[in-house]
Design a protein around this ligand. Structure first.
Ligand SMILES: *Cc1c(COP(=O)(O)O)cnc(C)c1O
Length: 435
């Protein structure tokens, strides 16, 4: 058994600065009157990276975890040659989250949602009896399903029926993982609505999304990987954003790394991007607004259907909340970009040719925005650039594999009956225990 001691931490409310104890799964400061994130303050100021056999938990010094789960992998950072030469950049570093064993990347669910899942699920107590509830459009669900199945953690997923083909796995899952769906035509928001109803059942608890420190500090490992590989904090951070949680996490990691003292005092500019025409955060940012602008439901649904990178179609992101993406961009002198499907497709092709593996559309959006920023003369050629490839290698992973698909136990209408949902989800897990 690998040696492991959880790092003690306290929580700090970003809005008020109040410090308090994490008495268990706290997602906000109960005394704070305004919407605000809370952050973990770790007792270990300097990060001591553990050996590779720790997988994702090599960064456990700065994770709010009680234990280490099985089967994890860490993000992998390397200095680009092909893409770097193509773009004329001398210091382009790629942080790869996905499956590409040739470079040591072995995330079998192929996205950085795995970093969230290994962190969140390890924040929960080992003897937790309740069922964790996660709503997702796909990648998050796949990541949590794998982690929970491999580690016997009870999980209820809510995924739109139209997205269930995203729930592919190498092996059949343990029955401790169950899926419910909203009927055809429903989207991520309908899945969230359904999961909120399921949470009224007894014995379920919410994962919490961006408000969960474990989610953000899990994603922050992408930056910990980059900085401990490069030896310094980069100048620019490129990532495609849906909720913006990953970018908020990158900023938080940056602040901890400055405190660490060994990686410089640089604040990297967050260079974030969305997939046109679904660009609600970009629009708010361009308008100089902390509040999201009005985005009519039907228009949002239509735009979400058009974009390749469906994982970026979040309609209620933690953008304006204190400590959220708006603050992160302000604090880092960041910029917002948009890229089209066509640009992303071209970028994905380029990545495959020059770096050797397929990447997701969302990663294609991030790369397209880097290509555009370089062309616009925004990036000095000797700047240290971190390109966060948030997901990739799915095609590579699926080569020569028979896949198994998770199927919903129940499919509910878009306006489901509360009692019906509660009764059915309670029964799902009651049965599971009796088995
Ligand atoms: C979820 C996801 C994103 C967006 O991350 P956020 O933290 O929601 O902004 C980007 N790329 C991939 C592959 C994702 O799965």
């Amino acid at each position: 058994m690998k040696d492991f001691t959880p790092t003690p931490y306290t929580l700090e409310c970003v809005a008020t600065g109040r410090e308090f104890e994490d008495t268990g799964w706290m997602l906000a400061d109960p005394q704070c009157k305004t919407p605000s994130l809370v952050r973990a303050k770790y007792a270990r100021r300097q990060l001591e990276v553990k050996p590779d056999e720790y997988g994702f938990y090599k960064f456990c010094d700065w994770l709010p975890v009680r234990r280490m789960l099985k089967g994890s992998s860490a993000p992998v950072t390397y200095k680009s040659k092909g893409l770097a030469r193509h773009l004329g950049l001398e210091n382009l570093y790629i942080t790869f989250n996905g499956y590409y064993p040739a470079i040591g990347a072995t995330m079998s669910t192929c996205s950085f949602k795995e970093t969230e899942a290994f962190s969140v699920c390890a924040r929960a107590a080992e003897d937790e009896e309740r069922v964790l509830v996660v709503a997702s459009a796909g990648n998050t669900a796949r990541a949590f399903a794998k982690v929970c199945s491999d580690n016997h953690i009870k999980l209820l997923l809510s995924v739109p029926y139209d997205n269930i083909e995203a729930l592919w796995f190498e092996h059949p899952l343990n029955p401790c993982v169950k899926l419910i769906s909203c009927e055809k035509g429903g989207d991520y928001f309908d899945a969230i609505h359904l999961s909120d109803i399921a949470l009224k059942g007894s014995g379920f608890y919410a994962e919490g999304g961006a408000k969960n420190i474990a989610r953000r500090d899990g994603m922050a490992t992408t930056v910990l990987s980059a900085v401990t590989t490069i030896g310094r904090i980069p100048d620019y951070y490129f990532q495609a954003v849906g909720s913006g949680t990953g970018a908020i996490a990158a900023w938080e990691a940056n602040m901890r790394l400055i405190e660490d003292g060994r990686f410089g005092s640089n604040t990297m500019k967050l260079m974030v991007s969305q997939n046109a025409p679904f660009v609600p955060m970009y629009d708010a940012w361009q308008a100089g607004s902390r509040k999201m602008l009005a985005y009519e439901d039907d228009k949002a649904r239509r735009d979400a259907e058009i974009i390749d990178a469906k994982v970026l179609s979040n309609r209620r992101p933690p953008y304006g909340i204190t400590g959220g993406l708006y603050d992160a961009l302000k604090a880092t002198g960041g910029e917002f970009f948009v890229a089209t499907n066509a640009m992303a497709r071209k970028a994905r092709k380029l990545f495959k040719e020059l770096e050797g593996v397929d990447i997701y559309s969302a990663s294609g959006i991030a790369l397209a925005s880097l290509v555009n920023a370089v062309a616009a003369g925004k990036i000095e050629k000797d700047a240290v650039v971190m390109l966060n490839i948030t997901g990739g290698g799915e095609e590579h992973f699926k080569e020569d594999k028979e896949l198994w698909y998770l199927k919903p136990s129940h499919v509910f209408p878009l306006e489901p009956d509360t009692d019906d949902v509660v009764a059915k989800v309670e029964a799902l897990f009651a049965k599971n225990i009796a088995e």
